[in-house]
Design a protein around this ligand. Structure first.
Ligand code: NDP
Ligand code: 8X3
Length: 257
């Protein structure tokens, strides 16, 4: 029996990495999935690949979560087939740049704060009313070990992930009476497009992040997400930290040369 049969799910940042892997797991489990991301072509390809699966509907949503009006309009006009929403995965996010505060780029800060914090808020604000009527609705937020420990040159990215932790705790309290749960999964190093984006296409710098140890895969995080999202309704994982075996803290990694 599929664990999420006929449930409706929204996954932001579904074009790549962790979001894509979670969305695929949800589709395999029979959920109707709304795929949010900016890269339209990728969304279309995923929808074409996954939609033919028995029982699963896939709705590609080309949407920049930073665009408040577009987010409001999209969820205002969501087709009834995708309501009520049972699962929201707030995954869209990025790091941009890697320098100390006195040398930081204003545009990088705007991108990270607008996406990782404000975008998450805009989507949550619009989705929560659409969860009314769902049996056991859940919100899953992608935090990070960077939201638990600050590291050199991580400043603003870390601050945005500390904010995700705070917002997850706020959601847990504020949505208690609505019977909506909130979970944050906080991974350490996961090899995705993340470091390529942070280092702005400098592939050598991105590769170096994962050198000498085995990082998590997006699928590892998706397995954890599926666990959290398919627990019996009475159970909730509030916070989960997930690291590679070789990573003890945000910065302490056993690398083999
Ligand atoms: P990827 O770069 O592979 O994926 C990021 C996703 O976010 C893409 O699908 C991208 O889609 C989407 N996205 C970025 N900006 C926007 C936007 N403005 N509007 C809509 N979608 C957006 O990275 P990961 O999969 O690794 O990252 C996913 C989440 O996990 C992030 O929140 C990240 O901070 C967090 N995380 C990552 C870790 C890692 O080591 N990789 C560890 C801990 C947490 P598109 O470009 O098409 O819009
Ligand atoms: C991403 C993990 O340590 O590269 O959140 O910042 S890290």
């Amino acid at each position: 029996m599929k664990a999420l049969l006929k449930k409706n799910a929204v996954v932001t940042g579904a074009t790549s990495g962790i979001g894509r892997a979670i969305a695929e797991r949800l589709a395999i489990e029979g959920a109707n999935v709304i795929l949010v991301g900016r890269r339209e072509e990728r969304l279309r390809e995923l929808a074409e690949t996954w939609a033919p699966r028995e029982f699963t509907n896939v709705l590609p949503a080309t949407l920049d979560v930073r665009d408040r009006d577009a987010v409001v309009e999209f969820f205002d006009e969501l087709p009834d087939d995708y309501k009520p929403i049972d699962v929201l995965v707030n995954n869209a996010g990025l790091a941009s740049g890697f320098s100390s505060i006195d040398q930081g780029e204003f545009d990088d800060w705007d991108k990270m704060i607008d996406t990782n914090v404000k975008g998450l808020l805009y989507v949550t604000r619009q989705v929560v009313p659409l969860m009314a009527g769902a049996e056991a609705p859940r919100i899953l937020n992608l935090g990070s070990t960077a939201g638990r420990e600050v590291y050199l040159n991580g400043n603003v990215y870390c601050a945005t992930k500390f904010a995700v932790k705070a917002l997850n705790r706020a959601m847990r309290m504020e949505f208690l009476e609505k019977n909506i749960t909130a979970t944050t999964i906080d991974p350490g190093f996961v090899e995705t497009e993340f470091s390529g984006v942070r280092f702005k296409g400098d592939e050598a710098a991105a590769k170096k992040v994962y050198e000498g140890f085995e990082p998590l895969t997006a699928e590892d995080v998706a397995d954890a997400a599926l666990y959290c999202l398919t627990l019996p309704p009475r159970v909730n994982v509030n916070e989960m930290i997930l690291t590679p075996r070789a990573q003890a803290t945000a910065t302490m990694v056993r690398r083999e040369s």
